[in-house]
Design a protein around this ligand. Sequence first.
Ligand code: HEM
Length: 111
Amino acid sequence: MKKIVLLALLLVVIGVVLSVYLKNVSDQPPVNPNDLKPFTRTELQKYNGQDGSPAYIAVDGIIYDVTKCESWKNGNHKGYQAGTDLTEEFRLSPHRTSVLEKLSTVGKLVD
Ligand code: HEM
């Protein structure tokens, strides 16, 4: 009997955690490329995080702001440089896209 009560309690806890998680996920507004400012690769290079400039990176055509990321000090992260398109490098990195979802989007890459 005690086991059944514990199991029921566990199911309730899992249900609550899952519903909070799913709500957070669906609350995030999707990125609409039409609302993003266009940057050429040359313009993006200015945002390399050096000499006090902001640090932006491009992945899959979207430009993210990493200026405030601890791990991107001076626009450098594990030898990767901000101000560049890191689409391929990101694919090969150990990261999941969730690391990008936490960043603010500042634009889209145009050629
Ligand atoms: C966009 C291209 C990115 C590339 C190519 C990249 C690549 C890497 C690599 C190779 C590692 C080392 C993993 C290891 O030691 O096994 C790493 C670790 C890490 N990355 Fe990234 N990363 C990128 C973006 C980001 C972003 C956007 C963030 C956070 C805002 C981030 C945060 C971290 C953290 C916290 C670690 C582990 C801690 C550390 O060793 O500094 N990365 N990344």
